[in-house]
Design a protein around this ligand. Sequence first.
Ligand SMILES: CC(C)(COP(=O)(O)OP(=O)(O)OC[C@H]1O[C@@H](n2cnc3c(N)ncnc32)[C@H](O)[C@@H]1OP(=O)(O)O)[C@@H](O)C(=O)NCCC(=O)NCCS
Length: 223
Amino acid sequence: MASTEPTAPAKHDSDTEQDQALAVHFHLPKTTNPSTFDDDIYLTSWTFADAPHIAASIDLTIHTNLLVIPWPYTEDHAREYISMTIAAPGMVAGPPPTDGPADNLTRFMAIRLGSPTSPAVGSIGFEWPRSYLMEIGYWLAESARGRGLMPRIIEHIVLPYAARVKECARVQIACFTFNKASARVAEKAGFEYEGELRNWHMPHGVPTDAAMYSWIPPHARQV
Ligand SMILES: CC(C)(COP(=O)(O)OP(=O)(O)OC[C@H]1O[C@@H](n2cnc3c(N)ncnc32)[C@H](O)[C@@H]1OP(=O)(O)O)[C@@H](O)C(=O)NCCC(=O)NCCS
């Protein structure tokens, strides 16, 4: 798969004061193994220049599979989201690890391919419902799906990070039971299926079951 051509995102004049510089938090180089995903992957901060790309990427699948994405989704929604990511507090309750790559992952990351300034093709975020529990949420634009990108990001960036956060005792992915692609992401990234959470959420007032997957960092495994 060819790398996305680097394109400097256009800047919106009214954002100048609020905007932040795009910060590259992680670069996963492409592999030489032709059977695996072959783009350089960058996780970066969001900037307001991403708003049109986010709005163009959010489709009904993303709206249906995630709980918090409005529909129809507009650039104003995207700009609200970006503001929230800029204001969000840091990644973990405890001190971040300092002994390896990706030590500066933050809670809301843009996914870019080929170049750190390419238009974002997706999003990955980390919630900490409890100080020891990391929950991962994610979406990809349709054009980036089906190439093993998300399992690769989780396996090679997120889990090595979590393994170095001493406070972290559990990483989890919860997806609606109808979301087979997300369940495969969890399985391919090395998570274990724990079971079904009945009526876990009520999207549009409809009780909906979820599948729960977890990964336990080596330092927190019970013998
Ligand atoms: C979930 C998502 C991030 C997957 O990322 P991805 O990088 O495309 O994942 P992969 O390329 O590994 O492909 C998904 C896997 O699911 C499988 N899959 C996809 N749709 C499926 C279906 N309807 N039934 C069974 N398996 C399915 C694919 O075959 C693939 O598995 P394989 O590699 O064993 O063949 C992407 O589909 C997406 O953005 N979906 C919309 C948002 C979303 O659902 N987010 C998660 C909320 S919990």
